[in-house]
Design a protein around this ligand. Structure first.
Ligand SMILES: NC(=O)c1ccc[n+]([C@@H]2O[C@H](COP(=O)([O-])OP(=O)(O)OC[C@H]3O[C@@H](n4cnc5c(N)ncnc54)[C@H](O)[C@@H]3O)[C@@H](O)[C@H]2O)c1
Length: 394
């Protein structure tokens, strides 16, 4: 057992913040954040100063100095960074998306690429190939890969996992959503950088939870997960409609991605999950999944929850108080998150990854789940381009 882990953070943006906070809450395994490396050196230096850690001047320096590489960079970089880290013999934490399709990355063909028109069958083939390369790199390295899907570790999802395991429930139907009024990231909305719109960026979360619950059910009943087999999907660009009335509250600058998506997933056993994702929901994030079984029904509310309810008449009273993600304005009745990171499962995922790497076991959220999520999403985009025709995932 390795009781001390040196972690290197790659990327110095939004996700790097909650990964750092999560690592610092790990107990039972000694975690040292060795430092951060980012492509933008100034941003990396600022991040390192703000979060009291060293800064690496190169990717190579980070690789040489750590046991765990924590990848918090945009999706287009995920496969290359993860494969290199595994080849160097490091355990890896990989943010979502596990992998995806970003179009041609060379400057010559990039100009002609549009997220609205590319060949989605070729994209599905490219995602399959990327999954295969990652799988081969993991197998060859003998190391572990933690897929940083925080929904798996959210307390609401873990409580339903316990209910499912102990009650032996059969999940017949699931309905889940992640939505809000639009991502903070400037790259979001341009397919070559984001690898898709609401369906990929947000839908991946409830989709992961839905796949996880069927994994748990299958493991409990037959000793093997029940995987998704087929998917159909529809996408829309609601804020780009000619008749869209812009009231100023929703983000609208989506160059070539959808702002609303829905997918219908059919599992190997014929049961189903319906996933919704959008950028057109006001009132803060809307993150939930409902599980319908023959012996129980559970609604997992990740955000908002009603642990805290606050009424504020003044527009400026809570100017300096964090409430929940993407909530504007901060007035009237609100449900501030007492500990949003915990509610989202961020510290718990780092706890599981640290323990898994220390004793060399698979994390609860591993490459197996990440791979299925990426394949399901790529098949969903192909389905949407065929007016919702059902597409086989493998
Ligand atoms: N699980 C969640 O709730 C959640 C939330 C937000 C973002 N994410 C995921 O986290 C990842 C990062 O998103 P973000 O919002 O933090 O983006 P961001 O733009 O805020 O930060 C990205 C950082 O990566 C750096 N970077 C880019 N390419 C790099 C490279 N090749 N090598 C080293 N550094 C590089 C950038 O300089 C920047 O510091 C994405 O995959 C995103 O999908 C997950």
């Amino acid at each position: 057992m390795q009781t001390r882990l040196r972690v290197g953070i790659v990327g110095a943006g939004f996700a790097a913040r909650f990964h750092t906070a999560g690592w610092r809450r790990v107990h039972g395994v000694e975690v040292e954040i060795a430092g951060v490396y980012g492509r933008n050196p100034e941003r990396a230096r600022e991040f390192a100063a703000r979060h009291h850690m060293a800064v690496f001047s190169s990717w190579r320096e980070l690789l040489d100095r750590v046991d765990v590489v924590d990848i918090c960079t945009p999706g287009a970089t995920h496969e290359a960074l993860a494969v290199e880290a595994l080849r160097a013999g490091r355990d890896v934490v990989l943010e979502k998306p596990y992998t995806g399709y970003y179009g041609p990355q060379d400057a010559a063909s990039a100009g002609a690429f549009s997220g609205l028109t590319f060949d989605r069958e070729a994209a599905l083939a490219a995602v399959r190939a990327s999954c295969r390369r990652l799988r081969e790199a993991i197998a060859a390295s003998g190391r572990r890969l933690g897929y940083a899907e925080n929904w798996i570790y959210a307390p609401a999802v873990q409580k339903e996992r316990e209910i499912l395991e102990k009650s032996g429930g059969q999940v017949l139907r699931q309905l889940g959503e992640e939505s809000h009024s639009g991502s903070h990231a400037p790259s979001y909305g341009r397919w070559r950088e984001s690898g898709g719109g609401a369906l990929a960026g947000k839908g991946c979360h409830p989709l992961s939870a839905a796949l996880y619950f069927k994994m748990i059910e299958g493991r409990g009943r037959n000793g093997r997960p029940i995987w998704p087999a087929r998917v159909s999907a529809h996408l829309h660009r609601l804020t780009q409609l000619p008749g869209y009335l812009d009231c100023g509250w929703l983000r609208t600058d989506y160059a070539d991605t959808e702002d609303y998506g829905q997918m219908h997933v059919i599992f190997e056993d014929g049961t189903v999950a319906d996933i919704l994702a959008s950028d057109v929901v006001l009132g803060g994030v809307s993150n939930w999944i409902e599980v319908f079984c023959g012996n129980h029904r559970t609604r997992c509310n990740l955000n908002p929850t009603d642990a805290l309810e606050t009424f504020v008449p003044g527009a400026d009273t809570l100017r300096d108080v964090y409430i929940v993600e993407k909530l504007q304005p901060r007035q009237g009745w609100m449900r501030p998150a007492p500990d949003e990171d915990w509610q989202h499962g961020y510290p718990q995922e780092m706890q599981d990854f640290a323990q898994a790497f220390a004793v060399e076991r698979e994390p609860e959220s591993s490459w197996r789940l990440g791979e299925k999520v990426s394949l399901t999403l790529a098949a969903a985009y192909l389905s949407a381009s065929r007016e919702g025709q059902t597409v086989a995932i493998e």
